[in-house]
Design a protein around this ligand. Structure first.
Ligand code: NAP
Ligand code: HSE
Length: 428
């Protein structure tokens, strides 16, 4: 039996996927049983990097998801609508779906998976997080017998590229962003990447798989990298850290609420994620009894993402060939409940803060007193230099509830000697 694909989208990922499918020699033999039956695009006039016959290429995406001959829909068009409606229609029509669309899954996952379960079909999303890195299937299957404590990822290549260049060149965020856009690493509208929204979508998906519950995207605390300065990167380095945009999902015990967050973080130089540079992604999973497992590789790009998309297609071809009426519980989404997410005030973490103060006696003492008033214990406090007339003081705390730290900061802000608090970052 030939398995017929309806591919929605022929951009970076769609083209990579078609190229991989059209060049099957030396790859898994099941690929030869796949037929690229229809490919939906917006414009028929655009030049394409792949050859497809005129009856394959169409602008009628509705017709593809409604075509009874199509077995699998491969959604690589991106965006929220009409994508959501097309996915839901395909599932209701009894078609399996492969998607690379983290934004759609993070927002509409509940209705998408409910529809899939009702229709007895699967939604596969390996490419949605970490591009070519296999992490969805490992969380769903290979690691699922573990009690997961933490999933910590560098899951956005654009921001990792920018932070790496700021670190190695001592450059400003805006200069590196402009250069990254010129080189095609950052999009013309970089908002989703640099403001942490893309990473939030991805950690919501990973948390849902790792901790077995739905995640409300609004509960994911999200802070991007626009405020990270070269000054802080330099201080962090002196203190033995690098700054990374981390996406973190953590649960201390099976009954405690989850913490799910995205923010720039000081990472100790010896930590496995500290050496992940450039556009690469990595996801560190910690669980019991496995300990630590880290997945590393290309988080984006045509070939890498096509590898993930096509492996999902292959899994579905195998499902179709075995032709069983019983759903495979390792491929379905079994959870219906939403995870309880802890408020950020309850997060226990270390902080790095930089203060600009008047250069007068007793300032460090006053800072220490304010922190002490709220039970914030300091790991280090150093006057690092001057900016003009103002002294620069950098503080690293021990683990502290974020709420206590914020209360201490509010008091510190009212001290007459404090000019400003230019940076506040969490420390891993
Ligand atoms: P892209 O290059 O912009 O391609 C989008 C494709 O979808 C184009 O072929 C476009 O048609 C088609 N399309 C979009 N909206 C359409 C509509 N309303 N009707 C018909 N066709 C439509 O996007 P991409 O980079 O391949 O990304 C696709 C998805 O993969 C996104 O969800 C993205 O987040 C995800 N993803 C991408 C990467 C990556 O490295 N690029 C990595 C991981 C995940 P035309 O060609 O006619 O304009
Ligand atoms: N914009 C994303 C990134 C692409 O920079 O990682 C992959 O999802």
């Amino acid at each position: 039996m030939g398995v017929k694909l309806g591919i929605l989208g022929l951009g970076t990922v769609g083209t990579g996927t078609v190229q991989l499918l059209q060049d099957s020699a030396g790859r898994h033999p099941l690929l030869q049983e796949i037929e690229i039956y229809r490919v939906g695009v917006r414009s028929l006039d655009k030049p394409r990097a792949v050859e497809l016959s005129t009856e394959v290429l169409t602008t009628d995406l509705e017709a593809i998801v409604n075509d009874p001959a199509v077995h699998i829909i491969v959604e690589v068009m991106g965006g929220l609508e009409p994508t959501r409606s097309l996915i839901l229609k395909a599932l209701s029509n009894g078609k399996h779906v492969v998607t690379a669309n983290k934004a759609a899954i993070a927002r509409f996952g509940a209705e998408i998976f409910t529809t899939a379960n009702q229709a007895g079909v699967y939604v596969m999303l390996e490419a949605a997080v970490g591009g070519g890195i296999p992490v969805i299937q490992p969380l769903r299957q290979s690691l699922s017998v573990n009690r997961i404590h933490t999933v910590t990822g560098i899951v956005n290549g654009t921001t990792n590229y920018i932070l790496t260049r700021m670190q190695t060149e001592g450059s400003n965020f805006n200069d590196v962003l402009a250069d990254a856009q010129r080189l095609g690493y950052a999009e013309a509208d970089p908002t989703a990447d640099v403001d942490g929204l893309d990473a939030a979508d991805k950690i919501a998906i990973l948390a849902s798989l790792g901790f077995g519950g739905r995640i409300n995207l609004q509960d994911v605390y999200t802070e991007g990298i626009r405020q990270v300065s070269k000054t802080d990167i330099a201080y962090a380095e002196k203190l033995g850290f690098v700054i990374k945009l981390l996406a973190i999902a953590k649960r201390d015990t099976p009954s405690s609420p989850l913490s799910v967050r995205v923010h720039p973080t000081l990472v100790p130089q010896a930590h496995p994620l500290a050496s992940i540079n450039g556009v690469y992604n990595a996801i560190l999973v910690e669980g019991e009894p496995i300990g630590q497992v880290m997945f590393f590789g290309p988080g984006a790009g045509a070939g890498a993402t096509a590898s993930a998309v096509t492996s999902d297609i292959l899994n579905l071809v195998a499902v179709l060939k075995t032709n069983t009426a019983v759903a495979n519980p390792l491929l379905t989404c079994g959870h219906q409940e939403y995870c309880q997410i802890a408020p950020m005030a309850e997060l226990i973490t270390r902080f790095y803060a930089r203060f600009l103060t008047n250069d007068q006696p007793g300032v460090i003492g006053k800072l220490g007193t304010c922190f002490g008033n709220y039970g914030v214990s300091l790991e280090s406090i150093v006057q690092t230099g001057f900016q003009g007339e103002l002294a620069e003081i950098v503080v690293v705390t021990h683990d502290v509830p974020e709420g206590n730290f914020r209360q201490a900061l509010a008091e510190i802000q009212n001290l007459s000697a404090i000019e400003s608090i230019p940076s506040l970052l969490r420390v891993l």
